[in-house]
Design a protein. Structure first.
Length: 622
């Protein structure tokens, strides 16, 4: 059925098992290694050091895996993520930092005992230090939920101090003075936080992958914080007003708070729309759809990883929770192996799911070996908990408090292989593919009950895995039209980026898959420039409110400093260039693209080949 070519799996296996070969690939700066992460600058010493350590850790980590998991990973049937960190070290993946507890009760970093802050400026500075330390103690993204509501109490401290000053110095119009001075303090604190995040380097040689959730606070100071976050992002970084890559901003929409014209924070929603049209962020969380999907409301950990609902003493607990890691299924490989039969596909899927389950259980077993003193910021000083030396950390795993993830990639290509390349318009085909994700969800629910840890189905943000899986399958099975011949696979359940479709159609199609992928999901819609038509973006946001939980915006925001062009840079085999003057100098342009759920600058951080091809294909249809 397919064009079979020489199988190179055994060649790759020998390469994986040779540390010398892997080190040579790194020393030769092979792009698949040094460009694996679009937000790591491989020219920087500490990044190169981390890549070197990661190469060694991958070699030993792969050897430590149970044989059937190792073989399946090497073949490209599954992918055991983050081998450069885990299992060599019993580290955790992404998390929701319990910032509120750390600020309220203090914490320790190094030799410093940090007391609760007495102003919003100090609170913001402490948050930056916490993020840097947390990011160096794990390997995934870290998020802060409800930032505006958490920081509001510290803005009140500033306001109280200004009120005292106004009384002491007999300042007239005290209320106006206090609000103006506090607004200045809030803006200064949020601006400092934005710059500190973008100038941080964690120990693994990259800016921490940080997400800030905000938007539900309705008191005066929460509103000031929301406005400052958005105004600062719109303004941009530095003299060239570049788009900030981090933190990822996620704005919460809720009826009665900011969704409708008569809601108290509707004006801030309008500001968020303006910001998104100019800077792509914020993404939006829809309160109605998200609570319907996962039972309660919280920001994702990192770019798209969501926690299940978890109650303790009648209260939903979100902050201080985390993920133990991801193992991803190569769904197109299963479809190829099935010969186009849905029945055979499901049989093979069940077999591969058992491999993934074993990989998840191995992750749980390995992380249990960590002790609180291995990562004090996480386990002893409040980011995740406040345990004592020697306590077992697995007490934080059970009752489905943390997640371990079953990822998947390439559902679109499965549709092509089992049906045809227009399967999206075939109700029976769509229903069959929904049943694939539903089957994975049901399997993970069974495991969750068995092991008391939340196994979650995760729509993988496969920046480099889009390339790896596809290339392995292309080498083994040759060019398969609309599958391997593209050079990349499609992320999770996403619609084919090469096809023209309205945002409303895309949302309607993808929402059926996301309901069974609640451990990790995000939807994107593509737009032309919307600087002069923000109403179009608002129409999509409003339409999505009760349909999908998490929505991102893709639109052209590139800027050439040489000719002042604004729009979409042209994708080429070597990278992105200005269509007006041909500029591709990283210091003379601001080029921002979605890489997974985050933004990235491909001029400064080259992407893997598959991501270039996917973005190039997408750009043609903007």
């Amino acid at each position: 059925m397919y064009n079979i070519v020489v199988n190179t799996i055994y060649c790759e296996r020998s390469d994986w098992m040779s540390l010398e070969t892997q080190m040579e690939r790194l020393q030769n700066k092979e792009k698949s290694i040094i460009n694996e992460n679009a937000n790591k600058d491989s020219n920087v010493f500490n990044t190169l050091r981390d890549l070197t350590a990661g190469t060694v850790a991958k070699y030993y980590g792969l050897k430590w895996l149970p044989a059937h998991i190792r073989e399946s990973h090497i073949k490209g049937e599954v992918h055991f993520h983050d081998l450069d960190y885990h299992p060599y070290m019993p580290m955790t993946n992404c998390c929701l930092i319990n910032i509120e507890d750390m600020l309220n009760n203090g914490f320790k970093i190094g030799n410093a005992e940090v007391e609760p802050p007495k102003s919003i400026q100090t609170a913001a500075a402490q948050i930056a230090q916490i993020i840097a330390n947390v990011a160096s103690s794990q390997y995934g993204g870290c998020s802060v939920d409800r930032l505006d509501e958490i920081l509001s109490k510290y803005a009140v401290l500033n306001a109280d101090r200004h009120h005292q000053d106004a009384v002491t110095y007999h300042i007239s119009e005290i209320d106006s003075y206090v609000m103006n001075m506090t607004r200045r303090d809030v803006y200064s604190a949020m601006q400092s936080l934005e710059y500190e995040i973008n100038t941080l380097y964690s120990s693994n040689g990259q800016t921490p992958f940080v997400t800030f959730g905000f938007g539900l606070g309705t008191d005066d100071y929460s509103r000031l914080i929301q406005q400052a976050i958005l105004d600062i992002r719109i303004k941009g970084l530095g003299k060239e007003a570049a788009t900030a890559i981090f933190p990822k901003l996620v704005f919460s929409l809720k009826k009665g708070v900011n969704l409708m014209h008569d809601d108290p924070n509707y004006d801030i929603k309008k500001l968020a729309i303006e910001c998104s049209t100019k800077r792509m962020y914020p993404d939006v969380l829809n309160y109605k759809a998200l609570t319907d999907m996962i039972g309660d409301f919280k920001v994702p950990m990192g770019c798209r990883s969501f926690l299940n609902s978890f109650e303790q003493n009648g209260e939903y607990i979100n902050s201080g929770r985390f993920n133990l890691g991801v193992t991803t299924l190569n769904l197109p490989r299963i479809a190829i192996d099935s010969g186009g039969s849905l029945e055979v596909f499901m049989t093979i899927l069940e077999e591969r799911m058992q491999i993934v389950k074993d990989a998840c259980l191995y992750r749980i077993k390995r992380v249990k070996e960590a002790r609180p003193e291995n990562a004090p910021i996480l386990y002893q000083y409040g980011a995740l908990s406040r345990l004592d030396n020697g306590e077992e950390i697995d007490q934080l795993f059970y009752n489905r408090r943390c997640t371990v993830s079953v990822g998947y990639i390439g559902l679109y290509e499965v549709g092509v292989l089992l049906f045809d390349n227009d399967w999206e318009s075939d109700d029976e085909a769509v229903s069959s593919l929904v049943s694939v994700v539903k089957f994975m969800y049901e399997q993970t629910e069974t495991w969750s009950h068995m092991y008391d840890v939340q196994f979650s189905v995760y729509g993988t943000p496969s920046e480099s895995l889009t390339d790896r899986f596809c290339q392995l399958d292309r080498e083994q099975f040759g060019d398969i039209k609309d599958v391997t011949d593209k050079g990349y696979y499609t992320n999770s359940f996403h619609y084919d980026v090469r096809k023209k479709i309205s945002p409303f159609q895309k949302i309607r199609l993808e929402q059926s898959f996301a309901r069974y992928s609640i451990g990790g999901f995000i939807h994107y819609c593509e737009y032309p420039s919307l600087h002069h038509n923000p109403q179009a973006l608002e129409a999509v946001w409003d339409y999505a409110y009760d349909k999908i939980g998490y929505l991102g915006t893709n639109l052209p925001i590139d800027h050439c400093y040489d000719c002042d062009f604004e729009g979409e840079f042209k994708p080429t085999a070597e990278g992105f260039v200005c269509p007006e003057c041909g500029n591709h100098d990283p210091s003379r342009a601001d080029v921002v693209k979605r890489t997974c759920g985050y933004l990235g600058n491909p001029l400064k951080r080259p992407m893997v080949k598959g991501r270039h091809q996917e973005i190039a294909s997408r750009v043609k249809h903007l």
